[in-house]
Design a protein around this ligand. Structure first.
Ligand SMILES: Cc1cc2nc3c(=O)[nH]c(=O)nc-3n(C[C@H](O)[C@H](O)[C@H](O)COP(=O)(O)OP(=O)(O)OC[C@H]3O[C@@H](n4cnc5c(N)ncnc54)[C@H](O)[C@@H]3O)c2cc1C
Length: 485
């Protein structure tokens, strides 16, 4: 089944506990902090359920599902899956990081490797695959929190001041477990159906209480979300803040106040090594991050397109020095896209027959992302100049008969009229200068772990043998001369 937007909106009216501005949110689909993003996600589901967008596939079990859940079996499948993901990311211009395709990709990776979960408790071994099928066949929106809260990073979870600061097992019962503690950072969690909870940060011996992996419906009793301030509220209009008002997916601290999780929703129980293995010994992390790079590629293209249009509007695009800056932007975007395509072209087929993106290129671009995106934004910032601030406070100044003539006369452009100019520059500000834009720099630097973590993936996955063999070959091709000259 592939859901429509309306079905998605109905599915998230479940009395979930979200606190914002000191109050509990009544209905996430109508609250001003979430209305924009829920409409955006609903639109994604409408796109996917429309056959002409080619986002539906036949699963291994003969059901019809959204391609975001596909387990790719070949390079062609990877391409097909990427094109589906791109259809979504182009529709949000890459500004919704944790759209439903992100965690769905992780679950496709889990389900492709059932033998990894067989290493754990026998009674739990089928749960990840069963939940994958349930999520796939109901086209669910999954989000995740897989990082312990930022308290004292020099200490393991079991060494913190209190036992249940990070999410852990408080009680084991016959029918399931009781979870207490908190986890960060639930992007999109407020508007998703289920939350996947685990820990991707390396756990240490003694951390067994925290070495779990499970899912929980967003409406579960005791599950509480504390989102950061919304960037969508109090904005005059979408014309004034085109991205903030529609794509603010929200990030939230998640608190578990003794939340009951039935065994069928538990995939890993008190197993430090298996918690690591679910991400690294299955294709989950690679499929999830190839989704992320597809989205990132859409975003870079969008920013570069906007930069080009703004340069033309200001009549600076004919200046060779400006063309050089536009070329620098283009080369950065082409590098990211090229690495994504290379990871697909150079994929490998694992022992389960799953096509896995090549980690050399996938983690190669992820390791650069923390510097690449801020660099793109810095160049864009330089190109737009003060134009982003030489705009009226709201669209109403373009309509008011007292102010409109001044707008028409003084907000001019080499190539576009005053309305188009204001529209262009307000969009640019939402990329580089609004709170939403600032959060996006933080997002691109941290969503897959801190920059040193992303570089660690690159270090471990480059495959230095080939490079070292070349260096060795060169070293062996000469030696100290036998005689003095
Ligand atoms: C906008 C946004 C959205 C996010 N969405 C999600 C989400 O949906 N789900 C989720 O689970 N997580 C999410 N995250 C959380 C993200 O995964 C974490 O921010 C990330 O793992 C880094 O952890 P941290 O923020 O605690 O940084 P820390 O680990 O505290 O690191 C901060 C800085 O400390 C320094 N540092 C710390 N340790 C070391 C070290 N060992 N060596 C060298 N330097 C070090 C580095 O300079 C590092 O950049 C999101 C983060 C952001 C910013």
């Amino acid at each position: 089944m592939v859901r429509t937007g309306k079905e998605y909106l109905e599915s998230i009216r479940d009395n979930r506990s979200i606190y914002i501005g000191g109050k509990r949110v009544d209905d996430v689909t109508t609250h001003p902090a979430f209305k924009g993003i829920t409409q955006t996600i609903a639109n994604l589901y409408d796109i996917a359920s429309d056959e002409k967008n080619k986002m539906i596939y036949k699963t291994e079990d003969g059901t019809l599902a959204n391609k975001i859940y596909m387990i790719p079996k070949s390079r062609e499948d990877l391409r097909d899956r990427r094109e589906a993901i791109k259809t979504w990311s182009d529709s949000t211009y890459g500004f919704v990081g944790r759209s439903p395709d992100h965690v769905a990709s992780f679950f496709a990776g889990f389900a492709s490797s059932p033998e990894v979960f067989e290493r754990g408790l026998p009674e739990l071994k089928d749960n990840a695959v069963n939940f994958y099928k349930f999520a796939r066949d109901n086209d669910l929106y999954l989000s995740y929190v897989i990082i312990p809260p930022q308290i004292d990073r020099s200490k393991a979870s079991h060494e913190q001041e209190e036992k249940f600061l990070a999410t852990g097992v408080y009680e084991e019962r016959e029918d399931g477990i009781v979870i207490r503690g908190s986890q960060m950072l639930g992007t999109g969690a407020a508007v998703s159906n289920y939350l996947f909870v685990s820990c991707i940060t390396p756990l240490r011996p003694g951390d067994e209480t925290y070495a779990v992996s499970f899912v929980v419906p967003m409406g579960a009793t005791g599950l509480k979300l504390y989102p950061r301030p919304s960037y969508a509220v109090d904005k005059p209009s979408t014309f004034d803040y085109p991205l903030s008002t529609r794509f603010d997916e929200s990030d939230a601290l998640v608190v578990f106040e003794d939340v009951f999780i039935p065994w069928e929703h538990v995939f890993i129980y008190k197993d430090v090594d298996l918690v690591r293995a679910q991400f690294q010994d299955t294709p989950a992390h690679k499929l999830g991050n190839s989704q992320a790079q597809t989205r990132f590629t859409s975003k870079l293209k969008f920013v570069i397109g906007l930069a080009k249009k703004i340069a033309a509007a200001n009549g600076i695009d004919k200046i060779p020095a400006v063309q050089e800056k536009l070329a620098e932007l283009a080369s950065l975007a082409a590098t990211a896209e090229g690495m994504l395509l290379a990871s697909e072209y150079e994929c490998t087929i694992d022992k389960n027959g799953t096509a896995v993106p090549n980690p050399r290129f996938l983690y190669g671009i992820m390791a650069m992302q923390g510097e690449l995106y801020p660099k793109v934004i810095a160049i864009f910032r330089e190109l737009v100049g003060g134009g982003v601030l030489q705009v009226p406070s709201s669209f109403e100044d373009l309509l008011n008969p007292e102010t409109k003539p001044d707008m028409e006369r003084y907000i001019r452009s080499a190539t576009v009229n005053y309305e188009e100019k204001v529209q262009l520059f307000k969009l640019a500000w939402d990329v580089i200068g609004s709170e939403f834009g600032g959060r996006h720099q933080q997002y691109e630097m941290f969503y897959a772990g801190a920059p040193f973590v992303a570089k660690g993936y690159c270090y471990r996955n480059y495959g230095y043998q080939e490079a070292e063999a070349l260096a060795e070959k060169c070293l062996n091709s000469y030696s100290i001369p036998k005689e003095l000259v």
